[in-house]
Design a protein around this ligand. Structure first.
Ligand code: GLV
Ligand code: MN
Ligand code: MN
Length: 417
C-alpha cells in the first residue's frame, strides 16, 4: 500500500502546530510525544518492529533476512521553539516513505537486499530544552555518556530521564548494528535556491564550538551602589556578546558565524544589579583552524572584559564538532541519483549540525539537502516547496535502495569517513 507523502506531511505538521504556520515540538514535550506516537504507528502499519532505546531514540526495524546487518535512515521530529515544520521532520518522514517504497519493491519482486532496513527519529536533535544538541545520536555514537544525557536538566530542573518517562519514551530497545546511515534535510541556508539547484549532495560540514559560559558579578542596589564599586554581571555579559560578534571582523566575509543565543539572568529584578548571567556562545567556521584562532581571540577579549567590568567569566561546558568531509562514495551516489532523475544538483556544505554529523564518524554516511526558500530556518516562516520535497524523496529512495544493496561497503573499509 503506497502512502501519499504530502498528506502524511500535512498530518505530521499538526502535532505542535503554531498559529504562525510552524511547529513547537521541543524534545519530550507533549507535542513531541504525540508526533512520536503517530510516527511509530505509521512504521508499525508497514511491518516495522518499533522500539525505543534508553535515550528515547524511536526506531523501526524491517528484517528481510533475520540476523543480517542493517542500514539506517532518519532525522529528528523535535523542533526549536516557534520553529518551522520542515527541519528534521521532513527527513524522518522521507526516510520512512523511501524505506517503505524500497521494501515494497523488493517484496513485489520477491527479492531481498544485502542489508535489513531501519528508520529512526533521533531524540533531541535540537538541544534547545536540553543541551547539547544531537543528543540521541551523540549517545549512540559514544560521544555523550548515556548517564550524562539522562541527568541533563531543562531550565526548570526536569531531567531528560524524567521527561522521557513522563511520555513513556524511554525503552529497552537497542538500535541494531549498522553498516551505513542516510539522512535528508532542508538546507536551512540560501545557497541552493540562489544557485537554482534542487538536490544538494553534502560533501563537507563546517565545524562548531559551543560554550556554556557563566559571568559572575555581585548583587547590589541599582540606585545606591557607587558605579565604581559595581561588579555587574549583565554589563560583563553585554561586552561578551559584542566581543563574540566583533570576531567576524578578523576573518574573510561569511567564513565565520558567531552568536550568543541564550541568556539567563539572576536575579533578573528591576532594582537589583545582576549577580550572574548564564549564556551560550555558538561559534561556527569553515575550517577548524580558523575556529581555533577565533576562540583564542575571544579568550583574549574576555580577559580584558573581566578586568574592565570586574566580573569573572567561567567556561563551564562545551560541545564541539570539527569540519570534516562526508564519504565520497556517498556524495557520488547522490549525484548519480539526481542525474538519473534529471534533477539539478550540486555539492554543498552543511553549516548546521545534524545527526548525520555524529553518525558519519561511525559509519559511511550520506546527507542530502533540498532547498530552503530564502534560507529561513528555526522560524515559523521556514519553507520548502512540495516539488522539492517530492524530488528529494525520489532521490532519497535511490539512496535507501543503494545503501541497502551495499553501495557504501567499500567506503566502510576505511570507515568513519
Ligand atoms: C544543530 O544542532 C546545530 O547546532 O546546528
Ligand atoms: Mn535539523
Ligand atoms: Mn534545527
Amino acid at each position: 500500500m503506497s502512502r501519499d507523502f504530502l498528506a502524511d506531511f500535512a498530518r505530521m505538521s499538526t502535532f505542535g502546530a503554531t498559529a504562525g504556520g510552524g511547529v513547537d515540538r521541543q524534545a519530550a514535550t507533549d507535542a513531541d510525544g504525540q508526533v512520536r506516537a503517530w510516527f511509530g504507528e505509521l512504521l508499525a502499519a508497514h511491518g516495522f518492529t518499533v522500539e525505543q532505546d534508553a535515550v528515547g531514540n524511536l526506531f523501526g526495524r524491517y528484517a528481510f533476512t533475520e540476523g543480517a546487518p542493517y542500514v539506517l535512515f532518519g532525522s529528528h521530529l523535535d523542533s526549536q521553539p516557534l520553529a518551522g515544520k520542515y527541519d528534521g521532520a521532513y527527513g524522518v518522514l522521507a526516510a520512512a516513505h523511501a524505506a517503505i517504497r524500497v521494501i515494497e519493491a523488493h517484496r513485489a519482486a520477491g527479492t531481498a537486499p544485502a542489508y535489513n532496513i531501519a528508520v529512526v527519529d533521533w531524540f533531541n536533535e535540537e538541544g534547545c530544552r536540553f543541551k547539547p544538541s544531537m543528543m540521541g545520536s551523540g549517545v549512540v555514537t559514544g560521544k555523550l555518556p548515556l548517564e550524562t544525557a539522562l541527568a541533563t536538566t531543562d531550565p526548570r530542573g526536569v531531567t531528560v530521564a524524567e521527561a522521557l518517562d513522563r511520555l513513556g519514551a524511554r525503552g529497552d530497545g537497542l538500535l541494531p548494528e549498522i553498516a551505513a546511515y542516510g539522512e535528508i534535510h532542508i538546507e536551512q541556508g540560501p545557497s541552493m535556491q540562489e544557485a537554482g539547484v534542487t538536490i544538494g549532495a553534502v560533501a563537507e560540514t563546517w565545524c562548531a564550538f559551543k560554550y556554556e559560559v557563566v559571568v559572575h558579578g555581585e548583587q547590589g542596589h541599582t540606585g545606591s551602589m557607587r558605579m565604581a564599586d559595581r561588579r555587574d554581571a549583565l554589563l560583563g555579559a553585554a561586552h561578551v556578546i559584542t566581543a563574540v560578534n566583533d570576531l567576524i571582523g578578523h576573518f574573510p566575509e561569511e567564513t565565520l558565524h558567531t552568536t550568543v543565543s541564550e541568556l539567563y539572568l539572576e536575579p533578573n529584578s528591576p532594582v537589583t544589579i545582576a549577580r550572574e548571567v548564564r549564556m551560550l556562545i555558538d561559534l561556527r567556521a569553515e575550517s577548524t583552524d580558523e575556529l581555533e584562532r577565533a576562540y583564542a581571540l575571544l579568550r583574549e577579549r574576555i580577559a580584558e572584559i573581566e578586568e574592565r567590568t570586574r566580573t569573572r567569566v567561567e567556561f563551564v561546558s562545551d560541545s564541539v564538532w570539527r569540519s570534516a568531509p562526508f564519504t565520497e562514495a556517498g556524495v557520488r551516489l547522490v549525484e548519480q541519483a539526481a542525474a538519473d532523475l534529471g534533477l539539478t544538483h550540486a555539492r554543498v556544505k552543511t553549516l548546521a549540525g545534524h545527526d548525520a554529523t555524529n553518525v558519519k564518524d561511525l559509519v559511511p554516511t550520506v546527507l542530502v539537502f533540498i532547498p530552503s526558500i530564502d534560507g529561513i530556518s528555526h522560524n515559523e516562516r521556514e519553507f520548502s516547496t512540495d516539488a522539492d520535497m517530492l524530488a528529494g524523496l525520489d532521490v532519497f529512495t535511490r539512496v535507501v535502495a543503494g545503501l541497502a544493496d551495499g553501495a557504501l561497503d567499500e567506503a566502510a573499509d576505511g570507515a568513519g569517513s
